[in-house]
Design a protein around this ligand. Structure first.
Ligand code: IVH
Length: 695
């Protein structure tokens, strides 16, 4: 599923020694507070390079090499671990997984009949020591043989109770991390305290776990993944725990009031075949982007205690478990420039230009920076090494500067004083800065958007023609188009009789578009094409939309409490434009929809896609070839389905065209039904409109 990332090639002993030092320093920072100078991929690459060099030059191996270390870590605490806290070896794809399993089965001299498959939680390993059912001590992994006492954090970790159900003496092992909302909360608290934020949930969790004298408390989350009964404890429960399969041990852990991944969508499962293991890997990978906490892979373990005992351990990892790594979603790269663009609604948005970096299957060069306040909050500077995050379909974003990688050459980011597009003043009263001319600033962009194929679809109205109309004062906004006369058009340069007639006809035709298209054409902030369809279907008429307050707008699926008031404000700002459209005779109703006050229409059960979530990917062929992606989505919704852009466990159907890539792979691993564009067209044939057929 993923390929092995390339290794760092080391030429000689000097390069090797430098690489070892870099890995040691990086691991030290990582285990101390999560602020490594290398991202996960770069670290893995480096260690594999070191390993390869050591295999070729065994005489040069340095004692400090991370390959011989128990856990690569370096922050040595003073609490010895009862049993070392080891690392896991990695595989990067199905083939390597099969090789590893085959090797293990050879060692055991029999097939492994039960595997346990769990998410690899991206946090910090911790040992929680319970005495007679009471949480007595918390110890970090440290260097794997001894860790740091962080018992001060007891009481702040969700999922790690002060008392277990039974008065047992055991050591729980698991991962401490921050969920998305805990991270947000921690950033807000730190921001209020010293004006800085955390780079990512992992480093926030690491810093929080070790912090003793912070004036604010941040909550953490624990998920258990293992138990060690006290060494030498031969009581019946301890002996039983040693003999139970891992899956049943984890069930016992949950009965003790400790959180395990069983409460999450990526719960640990047992699998009897490697095929099922691989399938579960796909499922977990597919769910990754939807989880409120980070995972960086899948851990596959022998479930049976006898298999584990016989497989044993190498110096740094158990032989009975392996980490199946998923592609990194976060990497460190350089912030080269910040570009400022005024969008079609007048919003001035900063965009980061980055040193290109591979992230979750694509090369990232640009990333959002949200707004000026965000840049200041994060203390970003030009030339900074920054963490960049991208997973699934999300737009890449710059998370934070890696402050300890600063060289002193970083420069402040210049904040524009005037609108970068027109030079007029900037309205800075809201977090998102806006040109004082609002939509007027980039009239060309908003009109081009409004007449585009997925909005009013006015054929023959290219951007240069719109610019000409703006320059000659024929139009100021897209509603003015509907009042143009043939004579006015003929007065334009390079505009003949036929083109004028055609354009007038195309504009006339655009008056009949459904409300969803007209609403989308307005370019209301916070609503794209698919939200516009939902708004139009929900309210059915423009009058109903305009009469709605924020609360009523919020009834539209996917419209949150932040967006709804923005929509209301936007509709007030857009009132003159909407009035003009009404005067022009533009259609303001959505065919087939009923206003919210009328009897609600049950979705007709005979629609072919009723209550189905459909994703379209790849190049369309057959009758769908002529449709834009938006038009295919409209078609799905006409046929009763819900169009979605990403494949998840909830997806009912994937329409996979030519060159379908990762979405197809994901759908296959999730067992989602896949059809060709031709098969799909047949299924929804009755809903292909004349319009669709004509284009
Ligand atoms: S089992 C002997 N299970 O991954 C080590 N580890 O890279 C056995 N981790 O140190 C660990 N999720 O901090 C195990 N479901 C899981 C895990 C998990 C995350 C971490 C753990 C370990 C590291 C190794």
């Amino acid at each position: 599923m993923t390929e092995t990332p390339p290794i760092t090639t080391l030429a000689d002993d000097t390069a090797y020694a430098e690489a070892v030092q870099l890995a040691v320093d990086s691991a030290a920072a990582y285990y101390a507070d999560g602020t490594s100078t290398l991202d996960d991929d770069a670290y893995d690459r480096l260690v594999r390079g070191i390993q390869a060099y050591e295999e070729e030059h065994p005489e040069s191996v340095l004692p400090s090499s991370p390959t011989g270390k128990v856990a690569g870590g370096a922050v040595v605490g003073d609490v010895p671990h009862t049993v070392p806290m080891l690392s896991l070896d990695n595989v990067f794809g199905a083939e390597q997984l099969a090789d590893w399993a085959a090797g293990l089965e050879r060692r055991l001299g029999r097939p492994v009949t039960v595997w346990s498959v769990e998410p690899k939680l991206d946090g910090l390993a911790i040992s929680a020591r319970y005495r007679h059912g009471r949480l007595a001590q918390l110890v970090t992994r440290g260097d794997g043989t001894a860790g740091e006492d962080v018992s001060h954090a007891i009481g702040t970790i969700v999922g790690l109770p002060d008392r277990l159900t039974d008065a047992v003496t055991v050591e729980l092992r698991g991962e401490v991390m921050m969920t998305a909302s805990q991270f947000e909360d921690a950033c807000a608290k730190r921001q209020a305290h010293d004006g800085t934020t955390f780079a990512n949930p992992r480093s926030a969790a690491a810093g929080t776990l070790r912090a003793q004298d912070r004036p604010y408390v941040c909550e953490l989350t624990f998920f258990g993944y293992g138990v060690l009964p006290s060494p030498g404890d031969d009581s019946e429960p301890a002996t039983r725990l040693r003999e139970l399969p891992h899956s049943q041990v984890m069930e016992w852990v949950a009965t003790q009031g400790v959180q395990t991944t069983a409460v999450t969508p990526v719960a640990g499962i047992v699998a009897e075949t490697l095929e099922r293991v691989q399938e579960r890997v796909g499922e977990i990978a597919g769910l990754r982007a939807t989880l409120p906490f980070g995972i960086d892979g899948i851990v596959i373990k022998c479930d049976l205690a006898t298999d584990q005992a016989e497989a044993g351990f190498s110096s740094r990892a158990p032989r009975w478990a392996i980490a199946y790594k998923l592609p990194a979603t976060e990497k460190i790269t350089k912030l080269l420039r910040v570009e400022w663009n005024t969008g079609r609604t007048g919003i001035i948005a900063p965009r980061a230009v980055l040193e290109p970096v591979e992230l979750d299957g694509s090369t990232v060069t640009y990333a959002t920076l949200h707004n000026v306040a965000d840049i200041t909050r994060r203390g970003l500077m030009l030339g900074d090494s920054v963490t960049v995050y991208k997973a699934g379909d999300v737009i890449p974003r710059v998370e934070a500067p890696v402050v300890h990688l600063r060289t002193g050459d970083e420069q402040p980011i210049a904040i524009p004083q005037v609108c970068p597009s027109c030079g007029d003043a900037i309205d800075t009263s809201q977090e998102r800065w806006r040109c004082v001319r609002g939509r007027g600033c980039r009239a060309i962009a908003s009109i081009t958007y409004a007449v585009g194929r997925d909005t009013l679809d006015i054929e023959g109205l290219a951007e240069n023609r719109i610019q000409q109309m703006l320059d000659t004062g024929l139009i100021a906004d897209f509603a003015d188009l509907f009042f143009l006369t043939k004579e006015q058009l003929l007065g334009l340069e390079r505009m003949g009789e036929t083109s004028s007639d055609n354009l007038i006809a195309a504009i006339e035709q655009a008056k009949t578009r459904p409300l969803s298209r007209v609403f989308a054409a307005l370019g209301v902030r916070g609503t794209g094409r698919s939200m516009s369809r939902r708004v139009a279907r929900h309210f059915a008429t423009m009058d109903a939309i305009r009469a709605a307050d924020a609360e009523a707008i919020q009834q539209v699926e996917g419209m949150g409490p932040e967006k709804a008031p923005v929509v209301v404000d936007e509709l007030i700002e857009l009132a003159p434009l909407i009035d003009k459209l009404v005067r022009a005779g533009v259609n303001m109703t959505e065919p087939g929809a009923t206003p919210p006050s009328a009897e609600p229409q049950e979705p007709s059960a005979d629609l072919p896609l009723v209550s189905m979530s459909v994703v379209v990917t790849g190049t369309m062929t057959g009758p769908l070839a002529q449709l834009s992606r938006n038009e295919v989505n409209e078609l799905i919704e006409r046929a009763g389905g819900k169009a979605s852009s990403s494949v998840s466990a909830k997806t009912s159907l994937l329409v996979a065209g030519e060159k379908a890539g990762s979405k197809r792979t994901k759908a296959e691993s999730l067992g989602v039904r896949i059809v060709s564009p031709e098969e799909f067209a047949e299924q929804v044939n009755a809903f292909l409109t004349n319009d669709d057929a004509n284009v």
